[in-house]
Design a binder for this molecule. Sequence first.
Ligand SMILES: Cc1ncc(COP(=O)(O)O)c(C=O)c1O
Length: 383
Amino acid sequence: MTFDLQKIVRPKIYNLEPYRCARDDFKEGVLLDANENPHGPTHSDLKGSGLNRYPDPHQIEFKSAMAEFRNAESKHEGIPSKLTAENLCLAVGSDESIDAVIRACCVPGKEKIMVLPPTYSMYSVCADINDVGVIKCPLIADDNSFQVDPDAVLQIAKNDPLIKLIFITSPGNPTGAKIETPRIEKILQNWDQGLVVVDEAYIDFCGGSTAPLVNKYPNLCVLQTLSKSFGLAGIRMGITYSCKEMARVLNAMKAPYNISSLTSQYALKAIHQDSLKVMLHLAEVNRKERARLIKELTALEYVNKEPVGGLDANFILLRINDGDNDLAKKLYYKLATESGVVVRFRGNEVGCAGCLRITVGTPQENDTLVKELSKVLKELTSN
Ligand SMILES: Cc1ncc(COP(=O)(O)O)c(C=O)c1O
């Protein structure tokens, strides 16, 4: 395989010179270089906050700490070098990372991405927004594994040179199944016409991130977020790991101040050793509660005994009455409107007939869910 990133990234983007500001060279002094407001924020609560100043465009401290955390966790072998800040690009949540990688690689009106349904819908939404085509290769649903079929993916990708990106969600959404790394590596080793993008939004609920593999496979990009295991969906912080050449492209392309000072302040707190310990502990709590929910909910009449997909994320996917979309939809609606418990109907996704996706809540929230779901289900099936 002879991978050449210059053939994958759109030429004007590959050749972009990153935006430079005077503050890249001079950070202190009488700062009259960026047309900021010298008087500070207008609200008295915000005086002295420094929020009248533009944020740091590079975020090296956060990137280095995050790279170190992923290196320390890694059990992969044969990786030529460890992750450093130069492998990372930050974005406004993974949703911005998805958009960025599509814009970097796919020529609008011509090129395509591949998605593996059932999967996260934003890949197709972003493709549509960018006038980029979407080719589908479903996950293996008939054995309930919801794994990737690398041969099927490779066959489609190799026969269509307009496909530039393959999006793999691991663990999957809504399937909750972590994709086995050898399956991802088989695609990486046999396809050099584009990038394999592994979306690891839920990775800390099972461990085993592929992020450190970006220095082994230049055709790999890994997306992560602070929205899930780190409990910071409100700050909007997404992380892309890639080979340094691709990270340079993504950093040159991004809006220079996309990460606000407030976001970076909270993100730095999340990556403290103490916070990381809490994060991993809460992932463990989540796993226990997930097991309890499965046990209690699958014991109910009209709920299938086997959960659908895997148990690698912070949610479960349950099938109602052998794939009864009508009952599942009614259950979803009545739960939300009468019990005040909101779950997600996923019955229209490939291989998910009659399915509800349920996020694992706090123990008290889960108690409420079990009580209300069992009550509503009884009401719906009693006549
Ligand atoms: C698979 C997957 N990727 C990305 C995201 C979005 O993450 P963010 O909040 O970082 O935009 C989600 C959110 O639900 C998701 O399920």
